[in-house]
Write a protein that binds this ligand. Structure first.
Ligand code: ZN
Ligand code: FE
Length: 257
């Protein structure tokens, strides 16, 4: 498999995934058609599918134009997103699989940011949309802290630590600044923040991350950290410090960061 990261809009990423054996390709979250079409043409791949992680406009904005250009595309999204994803043809449920060329794509249902949010697992990669970012997670627009906790720490977090995490937005530097403020004694955060600053100053992408990196730097997955728990207790003295309630308070702090 080949994965190409395609910057779209202000800070979105679409990803072109090509099966090397068949040259068939899928595009994850085409925010807009222009940059995606150019990447498809450059690759010479045969685009057969759109893989939408959720219904937000900045992840499906290119669907219509891509369908005009390639009318037989299959358009994948969660079953509950029926009516919310332009051109959707495939209505997915948790843990089902489908083929992209000879690649097997496994569907994780990870509600929290939206109720229909999914991630796609292909070989040793996961495409997480706005559920898991490098050192962050999406806002809880339609879900609860419990849902986001399960999605991050159990569903996506259940994948092997070496899994590469391809996320939906270049928010890494800001996320790591928040993580460093919340957990100043975390050297993994400090090191990764330095690396991300350097990458961004040189115009490089910070995607992909790895699950190992997320376990060591993502404050929404580090709800067991004594330092994070102390910060939560300070902000919310009656918090019982259960993982879900820690995540809920950290999410609120990040919303105001
Ligand atoms: Zn979104
Ligand atoms: Fe988004």
């Amino acid at each position: 498999m080949n994965v190409t990261s395609i910057p779209c809009l202000r800070d979105n990423y679409a990803y072109l995934v090509v099966c090397k054996e068949t040259n068939q390709a899928g595009i994850v979250d085409p925010s807009e058609a222009g940059p995606v079409l150019r990447a498809v043409q450059r690759s010479g791949a045969d685009l057969v599918a759109i893989l939408n992680t959720h219904h937000h406009w900045d992840h499906i904005g290119g669907n219509k134009e891509l369908l005009q250009r390639y009318p037989s595309l299959k358009v994948y999204g969660h079953g509950s997103d029926k009516g919310r994803i332009d051109g959707q043809t495939q209505f997915l449920e948790a843990d089902e699989s489908f083929a992209l060329g000879k690649l097997e794509v496994r569907v994780l249902h990870n509600p929290g940011h939206t109720t229909g949010a999914v991630s796609y697992v292909i070989e040793d990669c996961v495409f997480t949309g706005d559920t898991m970012f490098a050192a962050g997670c999406g806002r809880l627009f339609e879900g609860t802290p419990q849902m986001m906790y399960d999605s991050l720490c159990k569903v996506i977090g259940g994948l092997p630590r070496q899994t590469k995490v391809y996320f939906g937005h270049e928010y890494t530097e800001n996320n790591l600044r928040f993580a460093a403020k919340l957990e100043p004694d975390n050297t993994a955060v400090a090191t990764k923040l330095g690396a991300a600053r350097k990458q961004r100053s040189e115009g490089e992408f910070t995607t992909p991350s790895t699950l190992a990196d997320e376990w060591s730097t993502n404050p929404f997955m580090r709800v067991d950290s004594a330092t994070i728990q102390a910060a939560v207790k300070l902000a919310d003295p009656s918090n019982d410090l259960s993982p879900v309630n820690v995540l809920g308070v950290v999410r609120g702090m990040k919303d105001r960061f």
